[in-house]
Design a protein around this ligand. Structure first.
Ligand SMILES: Nc1ncnc2c1ncn2[C@@H]1O[C@H](COP(=O)(O)OP(=O)(O)OP(=O)(O)O)[C@@H](O)[C@H]1O
Ligand SMILES: O=P(O)(O)OC[C@H]1O[C@H](OP(=O)(O)OP(=O)(O)O)[C@H](O)[C@@H]1O
Ligand SMILES: O=C(O)c1cccnc1
Ligand SMILES: [Mg+2]
Length: 557
């Protein structure tokens, strides 16, 4: 990616250093909370800088009332580690910003700090993930591992939320309907908009209207036109050109003449009156067709879908046909989308039959306007003929749940486990450096995720393993796995990315492959069955012993 491309990702490029070439320039060590840096100073002062620590990055509940989450954002985390370095201007800024007493030596230390001593383990990007199973584990000197917290969280939280949201839209829409992301105008700022485009593609969308996202991430860019294009014409007198060359013969024809002639015949066939239709709309469509004769896609709801939009579209599409071109389709952006899409399909079928244009049966119907998961489910129930949904606001703002609550917790220091207690059992952390295994049934479905201490031997295929609920003593089950998968790989060690990173396309495929391993009852939208996350007997006892050691004993008097 060139420097200019990166600069266009942030507000003017002033945040960017040369070393940060591979990532959106806004992602840099100062993109963090102040308390990470004040803690870093206090760790440094108290001689804890190099204490060996392990932090877990995980979430506690799945978003959108669902029972799964798609993990995304890993590649960006690795690029961040790769480029982690405070620039001279960062250090100058910190000198001015931290309290006066902060020792000069600390700034010198920060200036030389990198992530080379950190090891990062993660599950593969695009994999389904579940509450309390760390999706990333970070190990290394306390000071640097702590300093990574906020940035890693911001890189994973929205990415995973967005990929999950998109995957849910894909599930309700089915695999044959196209899904386009149209959300940039409504996204949480420019960077939110770019991330939304990228991770909605990861989650299963087919393309975006966001041109910069297309360029930066190699995502297909798609689009139609806005109402403004239609309303910018008030009559056919405004057409500056009406001429178009025949696609094969090259002979020039008058597209408007053809369209007007077809409109007369169509009005009778479709049982609508030409007088009621808009002449401005006809002019707009003719001009758009002249601009894009091979890609003619028209917005048909500006005035009235039945009485004007469809009539004008069919007239221009037949005119294009006379000159050797096939139109692509229509977009409907208001009204009852089930009814109007069926009406449009019937109209196209009628025209295909009466005007001997069989390709009319294949015209694409795009629908947009405030679409969300529930709208798609409802449209499916009613029956519709939509081939493609254009989705903006609800997708990119994740309106149903605007944040994923990933957290980053210290679980071990200098080989000693750490536990964070809470009145809320769900918030008690799982201490120690752990491994996670996914156990599969013979039919290939994921049965349970099992957390163990890293020192325990992994579960074996065909061997009974006791899986325990982490907090409820009576909830236990024996599982005999047909396949056992260690969820973690080392992705960063000794200052290097240690795995061949998949392309965005491969991560997108991974999402669908991973979702297939989940039983349908975990994926349904209404009251899905929770997927089980368990701990080994050994880890269970370890957690509960530590809990008792750390919980103060109250005194009643
Ligand atoms: N058949 C349908 N079943 C369920 N929901 C639908 C159906 N058709 C459209 N919708 C949804 O109903 C809502 C209609 O919104 P609204 O009333 O604001 O739009 P409109 O009046 O159709 O269009 P506009 O105000 O843009 O002209 C949208 O969220 C749309 O996605
Ligand atoms: O509805 P969304 O899911 O956010 O999809 C994107 C919307 O953006 C466009 O118009 P815009 O909303 O700007 O104007 P309109 O509603 O008046 O058409 C488009 O026509 C869609 O309606
Ligand atoms: O291309 C479109 O139709 C489009 C793009 C962005 C927002 N709404 C619609
Ligand atoms: Mg709208």
């Amino acid at each position: 990616m060139s420097e200019r491309e990166l600069q266009s990702c942030n507000s003017g490029g002033q945040f960017m250093d040369r070393g940060r070439m591979n990532q959106n320039g806004v992602v840099q060590p100062l993109l963090t909370d102040l308390y990470q840096i004040t803690m870093a100073y206090a760790y440094w002062k108290s001689g804890k800088t190099d204490d060996q620590s392990v932090f877990d990055l995980f979430f506690r509940t799945n978003p959108f009332h669902g029972e799964f989450t798609i993990f995304a954002g890993l590649e960006e985390c690795l690029k961040f580690l790769d480029s982690f370095h405070y620039s001279d201007s960062d250090i100058d800024y910190l000198r001015q910003t931290l309290p006066e007493g902060v020792e000069n030596e600390f700034f010198n230390y920060l200036a030389g700090l990198t992530a080379k001593d950190v090891t990062l383990y993660a599950i593969d990007e695009g994999t389904v993930a579940f509450p309390r199973v760390p999706i990333i584990k970070v190990e290394g000197p306390l000071i640097i591992v702590q300093l990574l917290e906020t940035t890693l969280l911001t890189l994973v939280n929205y990415a995973s939320l967005m990929a999950t949201n998109a995957a849910r839209y894909r599930m309700v829409a089915g695999k044959h309907v196209k899904l386009l992301e149209f959300g940039l105008r409504r996204a949480q700022g420019p960077d939110g908009g770019l991330s939304a485009s990228k991770y909605s593609y990861t989650g299963g969308f087919d393309g975006t209207s966001n041109v910069l996202a297309g360029k930066l991430f190699n995502i297909p860019v798609k689009g139609t036109h806005a109402h403004a294009y239609i309303t910018s014409f008030s009559g056919i007198g405004e057409l500056k050109t009406r001429l178009l060359r025949h696609k094969i013969t090259g002979i020039t024809g008058d597209l408007l003449d053809h369209a007007v002639r077809h409109r007369q015949a169509l009005a009778l066939v479709l049982d609508v009156s030409q007088e009621e239709s808009s002449e401005g709309e006809l002019a707009a469509m003719v001009s758009y067709a002249i601009a894009f004769p091979d890609g003619f896609m028209a917005l048909v709801d500006t005035y009235d879908v039945k009485r004007s939009g469809l009539l004008n579209f069919c007239a221009v599409a037949l005119a294009l046909n006379d000159l050797g071109y096939h139109a692509v389709g229509i977009r409907i952006d208001s009204g009852d989308l089930a009814y109007l899409s069926c009406l449009a399909r019937e109209t196209f079928e009628k025209v295909a039959d009466r005007f001997k244009v069989p390709w009319f049966n294949k015209l694409t119907i795009v629908a947009s306007n405030d679409i969300n998961e529930d709208t798609i489910l409802s449209l499916n129930e009613q029956g519709h003929k939509i081939d493609c949904f254009g989705i903006g606001t609800h997708l990119v703002t994740c309106q149903r749940q605007p944040a994923l609550g990933c957290v980053y917790k210290l679980v071990e220091i200098n080989g000693q486990p750490r536990i964070k207690l809470s009145q809320d059992v769900e918030k008690v952390t799982m201490p120690g450096h752990k491994n996670a295994f996914r156990l599969y049934s013979a039919d290939g479905h994921a049965l349970i995720d099992l957390l163990q201490k890293v020192t325990e031997p992994p579960p074996s295929v065909g061997q009974k393993v006791l899986c325990r609920h982490p907090f409820q003593e009576s909830k236990r089950a024996y599982v005999i796995p047909s396949h056992v998968e260690l969820l973690y790989k080392v992705y960063w060690k000794d200052g290097q990315i240690t795995q061949q990173l998949p392309t965005l396309e491969q991560v997108r495929e991974k999402v669908q492959i991973s979702l297939k391993t989940l039983r349908n009852d975990h994926k349904r939208t209404l009251n899905p069955t929770p997927y089980k996350v368990a701990v080994s007997d050994n880890l269970y006892n370890f957690i509960h012993d530590l809990w008792l050691q750390n919980a103060p004993i109250g005194e009643l008097s």
